[in-house]
Design a protein around this ligand. Structure first.
Ligand SMILES: [Zn+2]
Length: 275
């Protein structure tokens, strides 16, 4: 059994054949697909998909660039963003967590690639609000940290977030190992791991109990230019097994156990609900 903790099945590249994509994942043994929202529209679609497909699990979030869309200036060169009320969306995500309609908060985090320094304080404010929702609901938070990896790790550590999944982490490997050991943070490795020195190093050096698998589909395909899909997480586990000289079954079980520990545990007695 395999898991994909970070996908975007709401992307328009899946509109034509999503049932086939999910069928291929199931045939490959991928039974849990955590679909991540980015903004109000994709968050609502994520909820619908999780009701339609038993394998699809809902994570709601606000992408860091979406979170500061009102502060972007002419220098911003990324995809067009439709304006929305960020604080209302944070509240919506909190309500969904209280109603137990979601298994995680994400995608959220901080980005220093698409946005400039003047936006970092507001990015961090929104990120902290979302992390707090995950802490209160005792569910994982799935984190984007591009070009602000160290700061993102520090924020999570300072909040003592207990269930952290760093998605497609591209910071220094020594920081990953440090935070995996000292704070129990998890790192989900994408399907293109075999082509990336950082991910190879992480698969070799991270404590195995902190490793998870993801695709970020439709992005980050193992074959450049192709559309990625959840079935491709199997290749990452195969690669990890080869790399470490362990059987595929053993490595698949490690990832499965890590996933279960994070996603299946009952809400803790002291998790508090805020108004
Ligand atoms: Zn993503």
């Amino acid at each position: 059994m395999f898991v994909d903790v970070h996908t975007h099945l709401t992307h328009e590249r899946f509109t034509g054949d999503l049932p086939d994509v999910i069928e291929r994942a199931k045939s490959a043994g991928v039974h849990s697909i955590v679909c991540n929202g980015l903004d109000p529209e994709s968050n609502r679609t994520v909820l619908q998909l999780s009701e339609t497909y038993p394998e699809v699990l809902a994570a709601l979030g606000i992408y860091p660039i979406q979170a500061i869309h009102s502060l972007l200036d002419e220098s911003y060169g990324g995809e067009k963003i439709t304006a929305f009320d960020v604080n209302a969306e944070i509240q919506f995500i909190r309500e969904q967590s209280l109603q137990k309609n979601i298994v995680a908060v994400g995608e959220c985090g901080m980005d220093g690639y698409w946005a400039s320094e003047g936006t970092f304080a507001e990015q961090e404010r929104v990120f902290r609000e979302l992390v707090q929702i995950s802490i209160d609901a005792n569910i994982p938070v799935i984190v984007h940290s591009r070009k602000l990896e160290k700061r993102t790790l520090e924020v999570l550590a300072s909040m003592e977030a207990p269930k952290v999944i760093m998605h497609c982490y591209c910071g220094k490997v020594k920081w990953a190992i440090q935070y995996a050991n000292s704070h129990g943070f998890h790192f989900s490795i994408p399907a293109n791991a075999a082509k990336n020195g950082n991910f190879i190093k992480m698969l070799k050096e991270l404590p195995p109990e902190r490793v998870l698998t993801e695709t970020d589909a439709p992005y980050l395909a193992p074959v450049r230019g192709e559309r990625n899909e959840p079935a491709n997480v199997v290749g990452t586990v195969e690669f990890w097994a080869e790399l470490t000289g362990v059987s595929l079954e053993d490595k698949a079980k490690v990832v499965q156990d890590n996933f279960s520990r994070l996603f299946d545990s009952p809400p803790s007695a002291n998790s508090k609900t805020k108004q």
